[in-house]
Design a protein around this ligand. Structure first.
Ligand code: HPA
Length: 286
């Protein structure tokens, strides 16, 4: 392999070029929103001008998870230009981490500057209820491989990126302020990413709680690492769809429960996001 040939970089560049071609001159919005499990309903609030299914982008990874439609939507949300990713791929689907974060790298190469990730998560704080929203203020990824393992792509970012503020402080303040403005409760906490696909055992949940986690899930944190590596401004919000396995009041877990709870939260989630995205766009124009 020569210094300039890296199959991971080449795939990102190939998929970015394929997406650019599909856009056919449609301007690239400055903000991207990734929708998590069961949150696809948020896409219905969007005025869509261009839809690009992932499978039309050559070897772009395609989601096999239920509830993940698998397409880019370009358009506006409450009048603000935005690209939404409806569906993402997960490590548990068998994709290498480089594929799991490929869509994020493609968005960055396309010209997106601000990324908001959403997911469904199990709550570890006993005060959380299904349908609650939690702003992720930091994460623990010690149980999943880093997406940056392998030859560093220097033009994307540094070999040893600092993680002190992976989640952008000002963006978080904007989201908290937007939540107050629209009357949506937004908790704050630490997200711990696991590989899945099995849900956790009660013993694991007790262990993760003692590590300081407030929510657990199977996505997002590695995407934050890849986005931060490339210099994107990142924020992420979990929709708490259930409490962790074995916690008081939590019956057996199922993906159906996750989807039902996420759908119940979609209304206030989209109210919050519409407000926040408008403010971010206004800020970027300054
Ligand atoms: N654990 C892991 N991932 C999840 C959960 C959970 O309890 N709920 C939604 N996604």
């Amino acid at each position: 392999m020569t210094e300039n040939s890296n199959p991971i970089r080449e795939k990102v560049e190939r998929c970015t070029a394929a997406l650019r071609e599909k856009l056919d001159g449609t301007p690239v919005p400055g903000i991207a929103l990734v929708l998590g499990s069961g949150l696809g309903l948020l896409a219905e609030q969007m005025e869509v001008s261009c839809t690009v299914p992932y499978e039309e982008l050559g070897d772009f990874p395609v989601s096999t998870a239920p509830g993940h439609a698998g397409r880019f939507l370009f358009g506006t949300l409450a009048g603000t230009p935005l690209v939404m990713m409806q569906g993402r791929v997960h490590y548990y689907e068998g994709y290498p981490m480089s594929d799991v974060v490929l869509p994020i790298r493609v968005l960055a190469r396309l010209g997106v500057r601000t990324l908001i990730l959403t997911n469904a998560a199990g709550g570890l704080d006993p005060d959380f209820k299904p349908g609650d929203l939690m702003l992720i203020t930091d994460h623990i990824t010690s149980f999943v491989p880093s997406p940056l393992i392998g030859m560093n792509i220097d033009e994307y970012g540094p070999r040893f990126p600092d993680q002190t503020e992976a989640y952008d402080h000002d963006l978080n303040e904007l989201l908290l302020d937007s939540a107050r403005a629209v009357g949506v409760e937004l908790h704050q906490g630490i997200y711990l990413q696991l590989t899945g696909p099995q849900f956790e055992t009660p013993a694991e949940i007790r262990d993760y709680r003692s590590l300081g986690a407030d929510a657990v899930g199977m996505s997002t944190a590695v995407e934050v690492i890849a986005a931060d590596h490339m210099g994107l401004r990142v924020a992420a919000i979990s929709c708490i769809t259930n409490l962790g396995a074995g916690m008081p009041g939590q019956a057996h877990l199922s993906s159906e429960e996750v989807d039902v709870s996420a759908a119940l939260a979609a209304g206030h989630f989209s109210t919050l996001l519409a407000c926040a995205i408008g403010r971010i766009a206004a800020e970027q124009e300054k």
